[in-house]
Design a protein around this ligand. Sequence first.
Ligand code: FAD
Ligand code: HEM
Length: 421
Amino acid sequence: MALTYQQAKLVRDTVPALREHGERISSIFYKTMLRDNPELHNYFNTVNQKNGRQPRALTTVILAFASNINHISELIPKLERMCNKHCSLGIKPEQYEIVGRYLMQAFAEVLGAAWTPNVAAAWDKAYWVLAKMLIGREAQLYKEFGPGWTGWRKFKIDRIAPETDDIISFYLVPRDGRLPLPKFLPGQYVSVQVQVPEEGHLQSRQYSLSDAYNSGDCYRITVKRDEGAQYRNSVSTSYFHPGIVSNILINHMRVGSLLDVSHPAGEFYLDTNSSNSSVPLVLISAGVGVTPMVSIANTVLATQPARQISWVHVSRRVIPFQDHVAQLGRRYPETFRTHTFKTRPAAGTSEDHTYDCIGRMDLSKLNGEQDLFLSHSGTEYYICGPEQFMVDMGTYLRGQGVPGSRIKCELFSTGDLAFIK
Ligand SMILES: Cc1cc2nc3c(=O)[nH]c(=O)nc-3n(C[C@H](O)[C@H](O)[C@H](O)COP(=O)(O)OP(=O)(O)OC[C@H]3O[C@@H](n4cnc5c(N)ncnc54)[C@H](O)[C@@H]3O)c2cc1C
Ligand code: HEM
């Protein structure tokens, strides 16, 4: 049932206080929920809990929802990312009850006396309006997955191929032998789940499918080893946290090893189903953000070789898929062009002709027409890289008059740029 005018007002009135105490709310919420329901550790990324990204992502959405309670339909497109993520992780409708209960308890604890029975009733209703929107969309996505594959499916690693020193491709075939594999749209990802002995539970991460859908006999993912970064704690000692799953995949998985893999999902894709569009594409990537771009480029060049693609990429030293991309350039000289930046090319290699510019990616250095197709009113821009990189690229393009609707971004972590911006 919809909220009454008075209930909507009660919800909106609590937003400033909840916004101010968002971090406290979300940390209480996750701490108590995971303490009382330890099996949920298998679903949540432990690092996103520790660094606060997931609690922040959840409260940001809840508060955006509450602030826009009178025109929630505008939020619908922004829910796509989380619904896809939820389905990729096998989240079930009944789990919304648990999340709602612990979230309301955390709100109550933080708001104290302001959490009157009327406010609590209004928030409970608001939560369920949102939850039902998500549950409904997720039911649709699960239906699209089809009956044969929801949850985890065992895949065998058929082949392992290094792309650079620290970026490795895995070719995955289903252990059950049922082929062809479901189609996916270029840009989409799968989740991969592994047992993490030190944590005592399972951990899942997403990996973009890094090739076009071919005959459906295998999927390819391409994983960068996350070496971790240096952090300072309160007494100024620094230490490293190597990434959990990428290191398990790269260090321990061999040809023949089994992996749990989810059905392809994701809202960052080139829609090859419903449009025969031939507008130019500009693919802008940094580092391992190259993976969905390889899938998009391979798909388009195989099916619409006359379509213009410009690929702009930045890497530190070695460009992943460099040979493959160079080959595409030679094969489709009329339609496929590239421009690459390196921030730290190896010293003393003047004969290194694998890049065009030294330094960080700067779109203003490119030819606005040939590289970015700025004057074409339909050009679509696909961006993947670190969060700030994508914000910077998006800002530049919007500054050149490109509407946000033609710019798509893929964030390789938790949180939604649609809400962050
Ligand atoms: C849609 C999507 C697609 C993706 N596609 C790809 C892809 O194609 N290829 C790819 O390589 N990756 C991809 N990723 C990223 C991938 O899912 C993982 O996030 C990545 O592999 C790192 O996972 P990990 O388990 O190794 O690192 P994690 O264990 O998750 O650690 C991540 C980082 O957090 C740091 N950290 C650890 N502990 C803390 C702490 N307490 N506080 C602060 N920071 C901490 C670590 O040092 C590390 O740098 C994608 C992500 C998404 C969401
Ligand atoms: C109204 C309720 C909910 C909201 C608003 C919500 C919101 C979100 C958001 C914003 C994200 C981050 C998506 C991204 O990567 O950008 C997310 C991820 C996630 N959600 Fe939900 N969610 C809700 C319900 C649930 C439920 C019921 C579960 C089941 C336990 C759940 C489990 C997860 C998990 C496991 C992730 C991935 C976390 C990670 O990778 O760190 N969520 N959710």
